[in-house]
Design a protein around this ligand. Structure first.
Ligand SMILES: [Zn+2]
Ligand SMILES: [Zn+2]
Length: 133
């Protein structure tokens, strides 16, 4: 049963549109509850899975033990910066040829590439500013 245009789905898409960083399912659930929706986490996960299956959203596993979601970017693969202090994640544009070259190299060695991403870790500007005080 795929309900294509439920309030949950509309709100999820709006939340993903209104942010420029990948958000976790828990954050999305919280945002929907704050917006007054009576929705449980299972429904949120199911709707997110549907959005990913339809190619509207991308699922990210940045090794934090949680899944994050973002709208599928038309500009293709990009990099993510992960702050090791506050855990915030930011999208960064990168020269796609860097990633494409890595994929080609892997395929040349006979690896079947299913996803390709670039992660940068460090301290974000607001945490850096906090530490400076
Ligand atoms: Zn930070
Ligand atoms: Zn991103």
């Amino acid at each position: 049963m795929t309900s294509r245009n439920t309030p949950t789905r509309r709100h999820l898409l709006a939340e993903l549109e209104n942010t420029d960083r990948p958000v976790s399912a828990a954050e999305l659930h919280q945002a929907l509850v704050s917006a007054g929706l009576d929705v449980n986490k299972t429904t949120v996960y199911r709707q997110l899975d549907a959005l990913v299956a339809e190619g509207l959203a991308s699922e990210l596993d940045l090794g934090e033990g949680i899944r994050r979601y973002e709208l599928h970017h038309d500009n293709g693969e990009h990099a993510h910066f992960i702050c090791t202090e506050c855990g915030d994640v930011y999208c960064l544009p990168v020269d796609e040829t860097v990633l494409a070259r890595g994929c080609k190299e892997a395929e040349a060695r006979g690896f079947a590439v299913t996803s390709c991403s670039l992660e940068l870790r460090g301290v974000c500007s607001s945490c850096a500013a906090r530490e400076a005080h």
